[in-house]
Design a binder for this molecule. Structure first.
Ligand code: PMM
Length: 285
């Protein structure tokens, strides 16, 4: 089996000796994957606690939807959404990640207890982000990104998606190093669905081992994404609705765990843990 830099360990984060499960809590009215189900703060906190009980290693809390075409909330609104949720989940003992592209959100989130910054723009949306991450010393998910959601799909053009994503991600990592982020704190993410067509996502998955040249652990966010909806479209060509893509997500999680990815970002935590347990057992000799 191929290995996607899996043996790397990220300091200050859980180290369970298997692929980590990052559970998603979107405190948004408009995310594609859960359609505003956790927009109410009480519901978001309860959901996060449920994911923790199901075995999430990290809970990723986000207040900005990145669905294609989404408009951005104000900073104050993003903070209103995420800070109470981060505080409660951290107090309950969860390892919390803040999913934001803004330094002005990441800094208070870290103060509220977040231990990981998950930046889908990989430092490109806010030029203060990498300095903030360097100063605070927290681990950082650097995702491949070409532009904001409102027009990202117009940027989904590649001669060879795998080599281009690796090269562009390499440039984003160089920026992070220049800003002073320690190499051992960096986690890479190919950015499935971000400025990528369904075909691009499948090519990335088919050639995932090529990311080993970067030499950093990988987080993969495939859960409920549109390319799975397209794969499972009905006979009239209508995509499978987002919440009915969990079984396909779990199938892919098994494959990703067999390949040794560091972490998977998923909505259905129990299913993700089960898939990883199966993969883990198969890898034992
Ligand atoms: N995808 C979404 C949001 N945040 N973060 C990382 N690191 N990787 C992803 O692929 C990613 C992300 C969008 O999906 P959602 O609506 O399920 O949160």
């Amino acid at each position: 089996m191929i290995r996607v830099s899996s043996l790397a360990v990220v300091p200050d984060l859980p180290q369970p000796g298997r692929t980590l499960v990052v559970g998603v809590v979107n405190v948004t009215p408009d995310s594609f994957s859960d359609g505003g189900e956790w927009f109410d703060l009480g519901a978001a906190i309860t959901h996060g606690l449920d994911l923790l009980a199901e075995g999430a290693d990290i809970i990723d809390v986000g207040g900005e939807s990145t669905r294609p075409g989404a408009t951005r909330p104000e900073v104050a609104e993003e903070l209103r959404r995420v800070l109470p949720v981060i505080r409660e989940l951290a107090a309950a003992g969860a390892c919390v990640s803040i999913d934001t592209m803004r330094a002005a959100v990441a800094a208070p989130a870290i103060a509220a207890g977040a231990r990981l910054v998950n930046d889908v723009s990989g430092g490109k949306a806010d030029d203060r982000m990498l300095h903030l991450v360097a100063e605070s010393g927290v681990p950082y998910v650097c995702m491949h990104w070409r532009g904001h959601s409102e027009d990202m799909q117009s940027k989904a053009s590649y001669a060879d998606v795998v080599t281009e994503v690796i090269a562009e991600l390499g440039q984003q990592l160089d920026e992070a190093f220049s800003a002073g982020v320690a190499a051992d704190k960096l986690i890479i993410d190919p950015g499935f669905g971000f400025a990528k067509t369904g075909e691009h996502n499948w090519h990335l998955l088919q050639r995932l081992e090529e990311f080993d040249v970067i030499g950093r652990p990988m987080l993969a966010g495939v859960s409920r994404k549109a390319f799975l909806g397209g794969l499972l479209a009905d006979s009239e060509g209508s995509p499978r609705p987002a919440k009915q893509r969990d079984d396909a997500t779990t199938a892919l999680t098994t494959v990703l765990a067999l390949q040794g990815v560091w972490g998977v970002r998923v909505h259905s935590v129990r299913a993700g843990r089960d898939a990883i347990a199966v993969a883990q057992r198969l890898l034992e000799k």
